[in-house]
Design a protein around this ligand. Structure first.
Ligand code: PMP
Length: 452
């Protein structure tokens, strides 16, 4: 299988030639928080796949629902004035779960597609309101909003922009990453300063040019950057003051990840549009969407067709599976489990990792956490080696110890399935500590503990 994979399968975000030499790790089974690979290793999935298997692997109910839906109506579209029960029921359920007047969902197949919907939607919204020059979307450096041309352009990741460029009308401001960039400022002062870059950017461009601001409540792929407490209230103040649209990209933070249904609730954000995917179906089916507030939906629906849509918008099998996933989250009290059991238990043990010589800070919100690796905690120093060298080495130790923990540069990140139990958290922590120890020893041996 490894040879065939190397020969025929192009992997996302991968140097395929290097992977071909090494051979991909092939996963064959999943159960709860556990994966089994083709060699028979039992691996604790500290990343819930790609931050998506919120209810854990192996829930047969979702397969049963998918089979029933395929037997009954495997596919129909939602273009041309037709609809079907799963899409209707899911849209209604999302209106019930989402905060405020976020009552209308435009479905997509993924988070990237949903963000592409958002670009077209906010520009069209201002068009209809007679302000077609309001087209610019302000986003953030090191944000992640997908890898389609639209999603990748909203994202603030230079390596993605370097491959194929960016679409027009998207500009970036700084990220609220106090650990790496806060210098001598307090986290609170730094958070305020970063948020105020939004106001400065609006004034620089002219408010008549600005359509929207987009941000993840907590930057995920950027390294689980939990913003200082001052950040989102100030962003909200600025968005309100200038009357631009606010898009909260909840692709990771939605469906329980931060201990509430949505990260917007955890951080007190009032978005006009929310991007959703991943935990919507716990990854059992590809589905995403944009939940829009009453006013945006009303405007978009009031002036002829909205010229946008995907063959699989509201796909009946994906929608039925998502509904079953939401039923499980709700009826089994999975969000209460995050808030009352898993978060408090993991938080104490995760933060204790900060006593490790390699760890500068260890932070967790709900069940998404990060560790900043550093050669000097006191100065929050970077390593002298190229960024990511140490993180990659740490990730390799985790992999060898059958723990999936990802690295972003020299930060280690986790986002386990929300159903993780205390005894499984003990295993996660023990493996993380062992991996940090081994990484530290290796860095010492190789003279890589130097600060930049
Ligand atoms: N937005 C955010 C915040 C994400 O984390 C991701 C995926 N990691 C996306 C959008 C893109 O989603 P997808 O990969 O489903 O296109």
């Amino acid at each position: 299988m490894q040879a065939l994979d190397a020969k025929h399968h192009m992997h996302p975000f991968t140097e395929n030639a290097a992977l071909a030499r090494k051979g991909a790790r092939i996963m064959v089974r999943g159960e709860g928080v556990w994966l089994t690979d083709s060699e028979g290793h039992r691996i604790l999935d500290g990343m819930a796949g790609l931050w998506c298997t919120n209810i854990g692997y192996g829930r047969k109910e979702l397969g049963d629902v998918a089979k029933r839906q395929m037997d009954e109506l495997a596919y129909y579209n939602t273009f041309f004035q037709t609809s079907h029960v799963p899409a209707i029921a899911l849209a209604a359920k999302l209106a019930e779960l989402a905060p405020g007047d976020l009552n209308h969902t435009f479905f997509a197949g993924s988070g990237s597609e949903a963000n592409d919907t958002n670009i077209r939607a906010v520009r069209r919204y201002w068009d209809i309101k007679g302000q077609p020059e309001k087209r610019v979307i302000i986003a953030r450096t090191n944000g992640y909003h997908g890898s389609t041309m639209g999603g990748g352009s909203l994202g603030g990741m230079a390596p993605i922009h370097a491959h194929g460029g960016k679409i027009d009308g998207i500009v970036h401001i700084g990220e609220p990453n106090w650990w790496a960039q806060g210098g001598d400022m307090t986290p609170e002062a730094f958070g305020l300063m970063r948020a105020q870059e939004l106001e400065a950017k609006i004034l620089e461009l002219g408010v008549e040019k600005v359509a929207a601001f987009i941000g993840e409540p907590v930057q995920g792929a950027g390294g689980v950057i939990i913003p200082p407490s001052t950040y989102w209230p100030e962003i909200q103040r600025i968005v309100d003051k200038y009357g631009i649209l606010l898009i909260a990209d909840e692709v990771i933070t939605g469906f329980g990840r931060t201990g509430n249904w949505f990260g917007s609730e955890t951080f007190g954000i009032r978005p006009h549009i929310m991007t959703i995917a991943k935990g919507l179906s716990s990854g059992y089916q590809p589905i995403g969407g944009s939940i829009m507030c009453d006013e945006v939906a009303e405007i978009l629906g009031s002036h002829g067709d909205f010229n946008h849509g995907y063959t699989y918008s509201g796909h009946p099998v994906a929608a039925a599976v998502a509904l079953e996933n939401l039923r499980i989250i709700e009826e089994e009290g999975i969000i209460e489990h995050v808030r009352n059991v898993a978060h408090p238990y993991l938080n104490e043990r995760w933060q204790a990792l900060a006593d490790h010589p390699l760890v500068g800070e260890a932070k967790l919100v709900g069940l998404m956490g990060s560790i900043a690796l550093t050669p000097n905690k006191a100065t929050r120093a970077k390593f002298a080696s190229e960024t990511g060298t140490v993180g990659y080495r740490c990730r390799e130790r985790c992999f060898a110890n059958n723990l999936i923990m990802r690295h972003v540069g020299d930060r280690m990140i986790i986002a386990p399935p929300l159903v993780i139990r205390p005894e499984e958290i003990d295993v996660l922590i023990a493996r993380a500590r062992k991996s940090l120890d081994e990484c530290y020893a290796g860095l010492k041996d190789d003279g890589l503990l130097k600060a930049a």
